[in-house]
Design a protein around this ligand. Structure first.
Ligand code: CA
Length: 427
């Protein structure tokens, strides 16, 4: 089935500001709360939020097999469970409804009032009920940089790294949408030069510039998803700030890996950009040497050209962009990650979220964490307001953006923006 929603010539009758991440070629999916306190599944064109539940009730999805309340829900899980064919039919239909040459909704003021909201009138929610969250560690540059700082500069990359898309199981209970502030966590750390740990607020709060993909129901327990089918089980992507407490991490992570240094908060952008929308931006991933084992081998292009940027905004100041990276630098592809994840028979469900791991590029300004950008705090970054940062200060807001652009279209993820608050105080 063709992805007619990707027609680059199509224009919408809904206004789209220049350089918007949300032209009619995007059509992402999300969940929002309206000012009437109704929660609904929706999409976005320009700065307009579109209520898909209302569109369905008004019969605009006629001819597409959908359960009656498919979009009148507070998560996308059921829609995602319906699979790729349904995602594509719905996205194609939305493109038709909002095509500037289609008068059906365009010229029906009553329907438009019910269906369309201004973005600043709605409150974005988590788009899916995330049952499980897995975080990979798939940027070679990031793994090398962290290995140099935390372990041994001579053997920065551990021997398994080039053979396995390394990952760990994270916590889904503290995944939050953009806009929700995060408290500085308290934890156990070992001060430099000491033998006894202390317990108190983390002093080294960091972001991790990541993307994440959302899966559909992929397998039954015991079943491995073959590498050439893995992409069919990926619904779309979001931006992910995988907040990290470096001092807690350094003390706790041997021998079993990240634990409380990571599970206090993970922030995501609220619109899921579909793999169909990202299709025009498909590019080759870096050459893998040595060649992975046969179950992870794939031909063709399986990465995506997604520009990423991260900025710090001190309170009452303007943001300073401190790093630029790109998803295409990832060594392991999302399909390799998903196939490896299921290779032991581990079940993957609708709404599961898989983080890429920090996306660092080859140059120092393309690193995806403060740990790397300041090299462990040795080289502080100067912000536009004249202040310096080694890590993130209380009341700083970290803003991540991501977009794709070619000669014909630009589309993106919007942003994930979250403020770091002082430690939580129990009342
Ligand atoms: Ca991470």
């Amino acid at each position: 089935m063709p992805i007619s929603a990707n027609d680059t010539k199509r224009k919408s009758w809904v206004e789209v500001p220049e350089n918007s991440d949300f032209p009619i070629q995007n059509i992402p999916f999300g969940v929002f709360l309206t000012k009437e306190y109704v929660v609904t599944v929706g999409t976005r064109i320009g700065d307009s939020a579109i209520d898909l539940g209302a569109l369905q009730q008004l019969n605009y999805f006629e001819g597409i097999e959908l359960t009656d309340d498919m979009f009148m829900q507070d998560t996308l899980n059921d829609f995602i469970s319906d699979g790729k064919k349904t995602w594509r039919l719905v996205r194609n239909r939305i493109a038709e409804i909002f095509d500037k040459n289609n008068p059906k909704l365009r010229d029906n003021a009553k329907h438009r009032d019910i269906v369309i909201f201004k973005m600043d009138e709605v409150e974005m929610q988590l788009p899916v009920l995330i049952g499980d969250y897995t975080d990979f560690y798939s940027s070679k540059e990031h793994a090398t940089n962290v290995g140099k700082m935390f372990r041994d500069p001579e053997n920065a990359l551990l021997p398994n790294w080039l053979h396995i898309p390394v990952g760990y199981h994270g916590r889904s209970s503290t995944i939050i949408p953009s806009g929700i502030p995060v408290h500085r966590p308290i934890g156990q750390t070992l001060p430099a030069g000491e033998n006894t740990p202390v317990f108190g607020p983390s002093r080294l709060i960091d972001f991790e510039l990541e993307t994440a993909f959302i899966t559909t129901d992929a397998n039954v327990m015991g079943e491995m998803i073959p590498i050439n089918e893995a992409e069919d089980y990926i619904f779309g992507m979001v931006l992910l700030n995988d907040w990290s407490a470096r001092d807690i991490q350094k003390w706790e992570y041997v021998p079993l890996g990240p634990f409380l240094a990571k599970s206090f908060a993970s922030s995501i952008s609220p619109w899921i950009v579909t793999m169909d929308a990202l299709e025009p931006f498909r590019v080759a991933s870096p050459k893998q040497d040595p060649s992975p084992l046969p179950y992870l081998q794939q031909k063709g292009k399986h990465s995506f050209d997604i520009h990423l940027e991260v900025a710090i905004q001190p309170e009452n100041e303007k943001p300073t962009v401190i790093g630029n990276s790109n998803f295409k630098y990832m060594y392991w592809t999302m399909s390799q990650q998903l196939t490896h994840h299921t290779s032991n028979g581990c079940r993957v469900n609708s709404g599961d979220m898989m983080g890429s791991g920090t996306i660092s590029g080859p140059t120092p300004n393309s690193y995806g964490s403060m740990l790397e950008l300041t090299w462990g705090g040795k080289n502080p970054i100067k912000l536009n307001d004249g202040t310096e940062r080694k890590f993130i200060n209380d009341n700083d807001t970290v803003i991540m953006k991501g977009f794709c652009q070619n000669g014909q279209v630009r589309l993106g993820f919007g942003e994930v923006s979250s403020k770091l608050l002082p430690p939580f105080v129990r009342k």
